[in-house]
Design a protein around this ligand. Structure first.
Ligand code: EPU
Length: 410
């Protein structure tokens, strides 16, 4: 890609990766045909489909719709070959234990974010009566029938909340999840489960109360739009200037982000079709600190750092969710960014322009942040390991080039 701008045009926001993956896992809870619409055509969704197919589920994709046919007999195994490619595979644990009382799932191991334990998932499920054993890198879980209980999460973990929610909907009695994560994707999962017949109170709050039912029924459901994809385009606009309309975006899912962007000088207007964003001048630097929802999502941070590299002033960035999520900073420095990072903090001093360079993507969001940086750089930037970006974005290069960015995928 090359330095670009100003951007101009409309972009349609696709379905949320981090919701679609969980709804696919949740479909295991009901025998029969579940259909999901607004499902992005991305690698992580294909991996989740492969995982379900390995369990005996039949999946057909038609455009943005997938039909998931869940048989009465499921082989409850998530092999390392798939879990290694996508950590989110761990969310099949809750539904499998709830539906058939058995699961064998490979342990995910560490990744580019540093160590990522699943202790809260397992402790919570144990409180519902599951027992676990460990062998050859796999966790095997057993439960005759899960029994409702009160689970207090030490931290509002997205994945642990989802696993517990999916486990508790078929448990006997009432489960209360205290300090539950409140991300919009969790509300989407709760709405999906409720439509299937689950009884959930407190949706959207940090206290979820679930009254278990005997069975759930398959439904047709539309995935919410991807707030992280929307944030990626807004960050591209931040460095390129211009005006873009994000069709289908949900501003109510991104309030903290929009406040930050307004503080930087972006002009935002909501209308029925989504969000209109305008940048006329160089943006001002702000401080950024990640927190669980409704705080500023850790997933936005790489793009915000990319935007800060060319903003006016100095921004202090603090990562409070993942200890090791700063690796892309070395790549930005190769492009001429002035960043000093230590531990959970980084200080970004804005420069006028970056300088295009060959760089490497370490994960989905880091890859997208390098794309944003490349749009603010003189000359050409070539990103290797770009397959990481395909895990979470459907045609990022095509969409950005449709609004005037100079970016191609080879
Ligand atoms: N944690 C534990 N123990 C646990 C679970 C989590 O210590 O049992 C820690 C993690 O190590 C981390 C923190 O708690 O430090 C938060 O982790 P969380 O469980 O909330 O994250 P996740 O479920 O693994 C999801 C998204 C991430 C997103 C985070 C935070 C999916 C598939 N992934 O991960 O998205 O960054 O929530 O919002 O939903 C991405 O889309 O690129 C991505 C990484």
């Amino acid at each position: 890609m090359r330095g670009s701008g100003p951007l101009d045009g409309d972009l349609r926001i696709g379905g949320a990766k981090n919701s679609a993956l969980k709804l696919m896992a949740a479909s295991l809870l009901a025998e029969g045909s579940t259909s999901l619409t607004n499902v992005p055509d991305i690698t992580d969704v294909a991996i989740m489909a492969e995982l379900l197919e390995a369990m005996g589920v039949n999946i057909e994709r038609t455009g943005q719709r997938i039909d998931i046919d869940v048989p009465s007999e499921i082989d409850p195994v998530a092999p390392y070959s798939l879990v290694e490619r996508m950590r989110a595979s761990i969310v099949v644990l809750g539904p499998l234990l709830a539906r058939i009382g058995r699961a064998r799932v490979a342990m995910p191991g560490g990744d580019d974010f540093g160590s990522r334990p699943i202790d809260m998932h397992l402790q919570g499920l144990e409180q519902l009566g599951a027992t676990f054993s460990y062998e050859h890198g796999d966790i095997s879980g057993q439960a005759d029938r899960l029994i409702g209980s009160e689970v207090f999460l030490e931290f509002p973990s997205v994945g642990a909340t989802e696993n517990l929610l999916m486990a508790s909907v078929l448990a006997e009695g009432v489960t209360v999840i205290e300090n539950a994560a409140r991300e919009p994707e969790i509300t989407d999962l709760a709405n999906f489960l409720s439509q299937m017949g689950a009884q959930i109170e407190g949706v959207g709050t940090s206290r979820l109360s679930v009254k278990g039912v005997e069975t759930l029924s398959p439904v047709t459901y539309s995935v919410i739009p991807d707030r992280i994809e929307a944030a990626t385009y807004l960050s591209a606009l931040a460095v390129c200037g211009g005006q873009i309309r994000l069709q289908g975006a949900r501003p109510d899912h991104m309030e903290m982000l929009l406040r930050k962007l307004e503080e930087m000088g972006m002009i935002l207007e909501e209308d029925d079709s989504g969000l209109l964003a305008t940048v006329t001048d160089r943006l001002k630097a702000v401080d950024v600190s990640t927190l669980p929802y409704p705080g500023l999502a850790t997933d936005y941070k790489p793009f915000l750092v990319a935007a800060l590299t060319v903003s006016d002033g100095v921004g202090m960035v603090t990562e409070n969710i993942f200890a090791g999520r700063f690796r892309y900073i070395d790549e930005l420095v190769r492009m001429g960014a002035e960043i000093r990072a230590e531990g959970r903090h980084a200080v970004v001093r804005g420069v006028e322009r970056l300088s295009g360079a060959p760089v490497r993507a370490h994960d989905i969001r880091a890859g997208a942040a390098l794309v944003v940086a490349g749009l603010a750089a003189d000359g050409e930037t070539a990103i290797s390991n770009a397959h990481h970006v395909d895990r979470g974005y459907e045609d990022l290069a095509g969409k950005l080039s449709s609004v005037g960015a100079q970016v191609t995928r080879t």
